[in-house]
Design a protein around this ligand. Sequence first.
Ligand SMILES: O=C[C@H](O)[C@H](O)[C@H](O)COP(=O)(O)O
Length: 269
Amino acid sequence: MRVTGNVHNKTFYRLFWHFSSYFKQSRSHSLIMESLNEAKRIAARRAIDEHVEDNSVIGIGSGSTIVFAVTRLAERVKSEKLNVICVPTSFQARQLIIENKLCLGDLETHPELDCTVDGADEVDRDLTLIKGGGGCLTQEKIVASCAKKLVIIADYTKKSERLGDQYKKGIPIEVIPIAYVPVSIKIREHFGGNVTLRMAKMKAGPLVTDNGNFILDWNFPTDKNLDWPSVNETITMIPGVVETGLFVGMTSKVYFGLPDGSVKTTEPL
Ligand SMILES: O=C[C@H](O)[C@H](O)[C@H](O)COP(=O)(O)O
């Protein structure tokens, strides 16, 4: 009887320890998520308040941070009765614009935009960006290239000195499906590092972009001092490459939401 009691006690304490450490971990995970979401929200809000005015055409980026920007934009359009046309950079952005009852435009009717607001996976000291972590980069780059300003909104984890310091998943490159192997080989031979085909989640096989293409993630060598403008140009010239997630010399201003509730802005030198 005694032995059985001890066994039960031990099992009980083991289970108790297991569940309490699980709850502690999930509690700290949700605190981090809350802090990141709050940082995204305040950055998005400031950017929308400072860059959107009546009668403007705004490019709407993709990702999780842009959701906060669209929410704020919808609030302002409603309360201030603004006339704003929104040009999406992805299927997700299009849905956000429609769900928030904003006015949907496109590049055929509005080939010149006042501003594009978008997120980023990493922003280095020169305001060179890595984008495409969520599979959207080509339409983002096209829309940004048509805008007078590209305004980036991000939480504090996206800020880095050099690309690759924070974002470890590599540089996304959108490719025509039949070309993914030769493009991977050429990038590896030219620059080194590792290139992987991005696989879909909840679907067998590769991820397919909004444009019907594949994404390669290039984990570039971090021990070399890569010159991003020339890297971008070289990769873009490889037949089969549609676009890279490297945004060089395009950023007008970055809004970083910080953990203390403030927003730090950075502009090109
Ligand atoms: O493919 C996704 C886009 O480039 C996003 O703008 C980028 O990944 C940042 O997304 P998030 O705001 O979710 O960090």
